[in-house]
Design a protein. Structure first.
Length: 392
């Protein structure tokens, strides 16, 4: 029978975990579709991607027309027409296109990072809401028990088997439990409103009261390597380095002479001249220090990437160690708590007069405090996991 109960408990736990995971996943999908911040950012990113592809093509051609009156009139009038097109060094156009594509990828990474930040915010709210839901369920049980005790003591008081002090203790315990239950409901409604705000103003129904119990991968090095691949900030910095390298080459290309070619026509009385024109622009002053500036930006981007990688690794290492420790502590604490959770035996002892109401309430408070400590640790583990697994 005990084995059957253990198996049934395990199946129910797995079912609750799967349901909780599905609820959060469904909520994240809904918020992604309804969140006004993400919607505005999506429009901004699309506009930025179009802007990155603007102004990277050939310069506009120049067309000139001159009509000159002759003086004296006997020499006739003069008509000039010229069409000119300027050209950068050919490789400059290739670099501009490549840089534009990279910036577009960066814009998508910025959107992804903001989306993950919002998802993390949702998961943290859900962790707190799960905790409050669990507390509400627990305090509803406590309220029922405190109500029964108060009624029992009042009955005993009426027949002279209890004193007024015990009666007052039972009433105060019930009042405190009811007050805490109302406070929990206030907290729940506040959290639900926060989720509704993130969901574009649409109400959210979230009643999970069981924390997810999935184990943390103990192989940190392999895990953090994959997490780094999925980190949009690290990928953004990698793109920034590639962009700065391409920009260095672009500035070098733009430091080369520019060409311009075109057609020119000149007409005067009895004469007509026409032909091709070719010119060159020698960059002596305009592009001074541009290559040096691009190289310095590249070095700065590389140093920033090193710093971000180190910060990310240490932050994830801290969270991973904390999650492993919490996971072990919760397991041990739950085992010890289960050995001391026979509330029915404690109630029977009170009913038989083996212990006083004061002793009963004290033992009950110790158990309740232990249970809340367990819920606190589970919430802390859930928060830690949310921060740790954001890039998984």
């Amino acid at each position: 029978m005990k084995q059957l109960l253990l198996i049934l408990s395990a199946v129910l736990t797995i079912g609750q975990f799967s349901s909780a995971q599905n609820n959060i996943d469904a909520l994240l999908t809904e918020i992604e579709n309804n969140n006004t911040t993400l919607s505005a950012l999506r429009k901004t990113v699309d506009a930025e991607k179009t802007g990155n592809k603007t102004g990277i093509q050939l310069q506009n051609p120049e067309v000139e027309f001159h009509y000159l009156w002759g003086d004296p009139s006997a020499i006739g009038n003069r008509t000039d027409i010229s069409v000119q097109q300027s050209f950068d060094f050919p490789s400059a156009y290739a670099y501009r296109n490549q840089i534009a594509d990279m910036k577009n990828e960066q814009a998508e990474l910025e959107y992804k990072k903001r989306k993950l930040d919002i998802f993390l915010q949702v998961r943290l709210i859900c962790a707190e809401l799960t905790y409050q839901n669990a507390l509400r369920t627990e305090y509803q049980k406590r309220q029922e028990n405190a109500s029964r005790i108060a009624q029992s003591v009042e009955t005993k008081l009426n027949v002279g088997e209890a004193n007024i002090l015990d009666h007052n203790k039972a009433k105060v315990t019930l009042l405190n439990t009811e007050a805490e239950l109302r406070h929990i409901e206030i907290q729940r409604q506040t959290l639900l409103q926060q989720l509704a705000t993130l969901n574009g103003g649409n109400a959210v129904d979230f009643n999970d009261s069981v924390f997810q119990l999935s184990a943390i991968d103990t192989d940190f090095e392999q895990w953090v390597e994959q997490a780094a691949v999925n980190n949009p900030m690290l990928n953004w910095l990698k793109q920034e380095i590639d962009i700065s390298e391409k920009n260095t080459r672009l500035q070098s290309a733009q430091s080369l002479p520019k060409l311009n070619a075109g057609y020119m026509s000149e007409k005067v009385v009895g004469e007509h001249f026409q032909g091709l024109t070719v010119g060159i622009s020698i960059p002596l002053f305009e592009n001074k220090n541009t290559v040096k500036y691009a190289r310095l930006k590249n070095e700065a981007a590389q140093h920033r990437q090193v710093d971000e990688k180190l910060r990310f690794y240490n932050e994830m290492k801290t969270l991973h160690s904390k999650a492993i420790a919490l996971q072990q502590n919760i397991s041990e604490f739950r085992d010890q708590l289960s050995l001391q959770s026979d509330l029915e035996l404690l109630k029977k002892a009170l009913d038989k007069g083996s212990i006083s109401l004061t002793e009963y309430l004290f033992e009950l408070t110790v158990y309740y405090d232990s249970l809340e400590n367990l819920l606190e640790m589970e919430k802390e583990l859930s928060v830690t996991k949310a921060q740790l697994l954001i890039y998984s």
